[in-house]
Design a protein around this ligand. Sequence first.
Ligand code: ADP
Length: 460
Amino acid sequence: MRSLYGKFVVITALIMFVSGLLAFLTVNTYYHQQLKGKNDEKNMKIAMSIASFIESTKELDLDHYLKTQAAVGYKLYVVDEKRNATLYGEPFRVENLTSETVDQVLKGERYHGMRDFPSETFVTGFFSNKLANTVGVPFQHEGTSYALFLRPDIKMLFTEVHKLLGGMVIVMAIISLLSMLIVAKKLIDPITALTVATKKVGEERFSGTLDIHRSDEIGQLAKSFQRMTEKLSENDRIRKEFISDVSHDFQSPLLNIKGYAELLMDETLTEASRKNYAQVIQSETERLSSLTKQLLLLTSLDQLSSPLQLKTFSVDEQLKEVVRKYRWLVEEKELSLSMELEEVTYTGDPAFLEKVWENLLLNALKYTEVGGTIDVLLTEEPDHLIVVVRDTGIGMDESALGRIFDRFYRADDSRTQKSGGTGLGLSIVQQVVKLHAGAIDVTSKKGEGSTFTVRLPKLS
Ligand code: ADP
């Protein structure tokens, strides 16, 4: 029995059987301990009143009288001095009365067969249809001694009330069994649905919603599962998109390199064109190289297995160093760059954070036109530091702002496209900031400039 439902059915049936058995044993024990004696006493009284009626009534038609008693619900076994036995009422299943017992009763003793009936585990004496399970009394009739053995006729004892009660118990048992089966089905159906859904997810099929609307634990499980599936589906979509973006971003520089390399093979080419083509190949190679480096960095950030290499270092020094590195670009574009840096020491991963400042500064440099202004600010607050990179560049509109941290996203702007960026820089920035439990904010207006604010909590 491997299904949960099957187990439930078997266990329910088993519980009903075992509880029925235990109930029977309890009642049987109670009968043997308590009721047997009382029952004997009651029947002894009846037997004695029959005997005394016979003895006190003159000219009684004994046979007729005993038949009448049998008709009202008794089994009577009458033995005379000559051991002639007559049965009135339904026959006994076993006639196991010993001749000594009969003799004793004929001699005037009383027989308490019901009280002395041996205890049997699975037979309630009450129902045992044996001749020994009777009470016996002596009586005299027309000068002859008789022994009268009597017990109630079980069939007659079962009145309509007993049938009604018995029927009630059976109907109750059937209804409760059926209800349990229905309840079990209702409980198990959503689990089956969840199992099917889990298999589908295992095969990377994320479509479809779970039709489970409950507020209990199973409902909560279904909701969590649904959320998990949605997340997995979203991740799957991002992964596929990422692969297609990566392929595309590698494909175009490779095509360019191939095309210009073919052109270079032309021997009639002028020196100027040759130089020009070689430059294109060089810049495309550089682009591929930076793309690969950035991808490697992003992947290592995504799968960071070892913790950040934490060091305490001076952030203002690091920022100055980064600006120094790109000073030539500032001068080339005739930009004015100002720095307002408080002296701040911070514990974080300096190598990764350098990438953050580098990407923000490079973006400001790339997207600010000749003569523009760039400000780099560093301030310290009690529990965190703030770095702001502000430019008066081309800015972004709302829709671009919402997507700049997406991998490979580059605003659909001719100046952006010309910049030769990869669309990975800000994804790296965001990832590093997240790893330092920080946050990054952007405000920007198209044509007016952008401000990137990084907040890093001081790690303890
Ligand atoms: P890219 O390599 O293209 O610069 P990023 O991830 O660094 O990739 O930036 C994503 C996009 O965000 C850029 O293509 C650009 O459109 C926009 N962007 C980033 N920084 C700025 C900025 N300072 N001013 C205007 N646009 C910016």
